[in-house]
Design a protein around this ligand. Structure first.
Ligand code: 1GP
Length: 255
């Protein structure tokens, strides 16, 4: 029962001044074999700290097998990033228990949580209470459309900071600033800075990060963890992943 949790390990790394790099694999985008191969080579670079699995719209019915094949392929943590309460699997180590606090849709604030809670308990995976904040990025994201919520205005850093602080006061364990998968622009650095200044809990930033330079700016603004997903489907995706991984590792060493 007193085993260190995934969250403990993340907090410990951050306390040591280390940044983290997580990659996201959407079961709709890769075959089981492809996903396992990508996860394995990501782990072998030594600069990817965890694999997230999930998606806004799950068209395939292989979720559990998908998680299982990645679990078998790697020894780094496998963490669920579910679009809804159906995306759960006992083969994962943990689940981001996401509350879409940028929106006002009760389904994403409590509805899916109630459905998921007994399942998570039964499966024995670690729930990590995560304040999920969707940020305007110049295009309608899948999260925006599927959740029927509005993203936070990108020029209003103070509004984002107030949401993040509210989440911390409500006892949430992580804040996740999300521009949306394939976003034309990532979360603005000014917003990351403002959120970082006001909260003490770890800060994840994802969406639209495609190169080392962008990753460096986001880390410098105060992100603790960077997530990329989409680019792994693209030509040169593995190289971009390595480049970002090196930046994240180097950053940890410098600071
Ligand atoms: C995870 O949605 C992101 O937060 C992933 O975004 O696919 O744009 O890397 P990309």
């Amino acid at each position: 029962m007193n085993r260190p949790t995934i969250l403990d390990a993340v907090r410990k790394e951050i306390a040591r001044g280390r940044k983290q790099y997580w990659i996201l694999l959407d079961p709709d985008d890769f075959s089981l074999r492809e996903a396992a191969r990508i996860a394995k080579s990501a782990e072998s670079t030594g600069c990817v700290n965890a694999v997230l699995i999930g998606g806004s719209l799950l068209e395939s019915n292989v979720f559990d097998n998908f998680v299982k094949s990645i679990r078998r392929a790697v020894s780094i943590p496998v963490i669920l990033f579910p679009g809804d309460a159906t995306q759960l699997s006992g083969h994962a180590d943990a689940v981001l228990y996401l509350s879409l606090i940028s929106g006002r849709n009760p389904v994403n604030l409590i509805g899916e949580h109630v459905k998921a809670a007994p399942v998570i308990r039964k499966l024995g995976i670690e729930p990590i209470a995560t304040a999920y904040m969707l940020v305007e990025s110049g295009a309608v994201s899948s999260v925006e459309f599927m959740s029927d919520t509005r993203p936070l205005p990108r020029a209003k850093a103070a509004i984002a900071a107030a949401h993040a602080l509210a989440a911390q006061y409500m006892g949430m364990q992580l804040v996740y600033l999300e521009a949306g998968s394939g976003a034309p622009q990532p979360v603005p650095c000014e917003m990351i800075r403002k959120v970082r200044e006001i909260i003490d809990i770890p800060l994840i930033v994802g969406g639209g990060i495609r190169d080392g330079r962008t990753a460096a700016a986001i880390l410098a603004a105060g992100a603790d963890i960077i997530v990329t997903g989409n680019m792994l489907q693209k030509k040169g995706g593995m190289e971009a992943m390595k480049e970002i991984g090196k930046v994240v590792q180097g950053f940890g060493r410098k600071s």
